[in-house]
Structure formats: C-alpha cells, structure tokens
Ligand binder design. Structure first.
Ligand code: 3BY
Ligand code: FES
Ligand code: FE
Length: 410
C-alpha cells in the first residue's frame, strides 16, 4: 500500500508539472508502473466499446475478449438477457472461454471443470466438501450496455453514468440499423507502442494528407481537428440538410464521449478507395446512402464511423507498456451477400491501409519518446484539438483517481 501510495504521488507530481497543450512526459508512454495504473484506473473504470449487439444476438451467444489483463465475456442468456462477467473461474482463476465469439448454454472451466450457468451462477464443482457454498462462487459481473446495436462494458463496481451518452447517441445511430447487420470482417493489429500513442495518433489528422493517401480520397483530412469545419465543406449546411432528412447530426459530447455526423469530401459517399459505396445493400438508405459519416468516439480507446454502406469500429487494447492491440470490425447489412453485393477486399481496403500506416507512425513515435532527448512538444491547436482533448481527459482522470486513493483510509 505504501508503495502504491508512493507511486500515485509520483505519477501525480509528474502530471502536475506537465505543460498544457504539450505531449506527456516520457514516462507516461513507457513506464511499467504507469501502465499498471492505466489498466486499473483508466481501463478498469471507463465505459469501453467492445463490438456490436449482432455478435451476441442469439440466446447463448457470447463475445469474449481481454481488456488489459482481464479476460471478460458478454453473454446472452437463454432468457434473451445480455450479461457480462469477468471470464475468470472462481476456483483458481483460470480463463474459462477463449477470446472470440461462440455459443454456449453453460460455461465450463477447462481446468477442473467447474460449471457456470448463463446467469453466472456456479452449478457444478466436483470433489468439493459437502458444506461448500456454490452461491458464494458465481462469476463476477461486469456492466454491459447497448446503444442502437453497439456494445459497451465497464469493469468497475460503480460505472460512470451512461444515460447522456445513450440518450443522445442512440437516435444518431438508429438510422444505421445496426441490429439488422452482420460483422463482415475483423482485423487485429499488434502495435509496438503505448496505448496513449495509439490514441493520440487516432485523434488527429495532422498526419493524414501526407501519410494516408487512400483515406484522403474521401476523408476531410484538411478539416480542423474535430472535422466540423473545413475550407472546402460547409458543415453547417451539411448538417442542416441531414437533419432535414431525419438524421440527427449536430455535435454532442460528454466528458468521455463525442458524436457528430460530418461531411465527406465533395463527391464522395463512403470511405472507400474511390469514395463510392462498396456494399450494394446499404445499412442506411436515406439520400441514396449518401449520408456523410456518423462518427462517435469514447475516451479512452475508440472511434467509429457509420457510413451509408458500412460501419467501421476501431478500439485500442493495451497489452504492455509498449504494446497495444488495435481491433477493427466492419459491419454491413445482414442481407448483403459477399461476392455479390460486396467484396471483403473493397470493404476493408482503406481502413486496413490506414491502420497499417498508423501502426508505423505509432512505432516511430514510441522509439522517439523513449529517447533521452525526448521533451514534450506542442500540439497544433488547429489540427490536434482532439488529441489535446484526449490527454486533458486522461490527466483529469488520473488526478481524480489519485486524489480519491490518497484520501481513502489505509
Ligand atoms: O478519429 C477519427 O475519426 C479519425 C479517423 C482517421 C483518423 N482519425 C482522426
Ligand atoms: Fe476453474 Fe479449477 S480453475 S475449475
Ligand atoms: Fe492516421
């Protein structure tokens, strides 16, 4: 405890001395103690996007993935109710289901075959004493919520309030009909960089025109940091036009989330190699599927784009101080037939290329911030406003958690 308090005090002190509007002191990008802190206090307390409700549509279907060092599972019970659990056995802690999607009416631990039902209750535990109380050894629950077919979890006992995010964003996502969709492709990328470098990079388009030629065809890479104003596109007109079509579009945000519909470059209706839709059966058919991009993003780890023809999800999952997994998913209309209405190559092309290009940039950034010569540098207020928003949010979270922990009795 003393050690932990000393570490907290050091982290707090380092943050106190950071220069506003500048990248973080180097330790925030490579120090193991700060990484542990991030897993516990940031990823352990925030709402995190994990995928789409269609991945857990049928009774018994589950989605298992590892957040930091915590395997979790979102599981639809046989009664149709979605529940979430730590995917760790209550015997000696083994991970029960492997990461991925599947279907199970019960969950059996592969180690000593303890058996749990779809409510997380322990039903079978062989060779335990007569008075062993199974009811004391159910799976530990986590919070699960959905918003218009998108899926979120929070591992904390007390989750941050979800209401405003849900209520404001649900009507914006609803026209994209994500409950009548399917995951058409997924990609996992291992990046040799701290998760904050992954996210800072994901939160700015300062580098986009130079480094993302494919994305730059359709994406307003010249726009200001929040994509809401640009010399080329009159965003106000665009949003008014979209609202008139019944698509809520105006920017909304809370401390840990943001959402808005923004215009693609003139003449483009999707984020594809030629800027034209690549799925013949649209998810949102309004205006012929030409509806710009409905973007939503959560601190600490995600951004998504819902276009007329597909939806793209990007989430960052920290693995080690200098290693992060980027998990990407592409959603299309459930009736779109591969090879007839779309090809996976066309669907994934731009974001796959973009993610690979970003991986290089993140790894390049990591090598430089590890240098003895690294000194925090200034963000561009015009082009990196969302990166500033991300580090400010992070710093505020860290400070709040440190204050709470240092104040709590030992
Ligand atoms: O946050 C976003 O939506 C985008 C996607 C490309 C780069 N990044 C700023
Ligand atoms: Fe799961 Fe032993 S660790 S049954
Ligand atoms: Fe990028």
């Amino acid at each position: 405890m003393l050690d932990q308090q000393a570490t907290f005090a050091q982290i707090g002190d380092l943050l106190e001395r950071r220069r506003p509007g500048h990248s973080l002191p180097g330790a925030f990008y490579n120090d193991p103690a700060i990484f542990d802190f991030d897993l516990r206090e940031i990823f352990g307390r925030s709402w995190l996007m994990v995928g789409f409700e269609v991945e857990v549509a049928a009774p018994g279907s589950y989605l298992a993935l590892t957040i930091g060092r915590s395997p979790i599972v979102v599981w639809r019970g046989m009664d149709g109710v979605l529940r979430g659990f730590f995917n760790s056995c209550r015997h000696r802690g083994a991970q029960i289901l492997p990461d991925g999607c599947g279907t199970a009416e019960r969950m059996m631990c592969p180690y000593h075959q303890w058996m749990y039902d779809d409510h997380g209750a322990l039903r079978g535990a062989g060779r335990m004493p007569r008075d062993f109380d199974k009811s004391e050894h159910g799976l530990k629950p986590i919070h699960v919520r959905t918003v218009a077919g998108t899926l979120y979890v929070c591992l904390a006992d007390d989750a941050p309030d979800f209401t405003a995010f849900h209520d404001k964003v649900a009507p914006m996502l609803a026209p994209h009909d994500m409950l009548n969709a399917k995951v058409a492709a997924q990609a996992t990328l291992v990046e040799r960089g701290n998760w904050k470098l992954v996210m800072e990079n994901a939160r700015e388009c300062y580098h986009c025109s130079a480094r993302h030629p494919e994305l730059s065809v359709s994406f307003p890479t010249d726009a200001r940091g929040n994509f809401l104003s640009s010399e080329r596109v009159n965003i106000q007109n665009f949003q008014e036009r979209m609202e008139a079509l019944g698509l809520p579009s105006a920017p909304v945000e809370g401390a840990w989330w943001q959402a808005s519909r923004f215009a693609l470059r003139e003449g483009n209706a999707s984020i594809t190699l030629d800027g034209q839709p690549c799925v013949r059966k649209p998810m949102c058919a309004i205006n012929g599927g030409d509806v710009g991009s409905m973007r939503w993003a959560l601190e600490p780890h995600s951004f998504c784009h819902a276009l007329g023809d597909f939806t793209f999800m990007f989430i960052a999952l920290p693995v080690a101080p200098e290693e992060t997994i980027v998990l990407a998913k592409w959603l299309v209309h459930k009736d779109a037939v591969e090879g007839v209405d779309y090809t996976v190559d066309d669907l994934v092309n731009v974001w796959n290329e973009t993610n690979l290009q970003d991986r290089d940039l993140v790894e390049t950034n990591q090598r430089g911030v590890n240098s003895l010569g690294y000194q925090p540098g200034p963000y561009s207020e015009i082009s990196e406003s969302l990166a500033i928003r991300f580090v400010d949010w992070y710093a505020a979270q860290v400070k709040a958690q440190i204050a709470a922990q240092l104040a709590s009795p030992i």
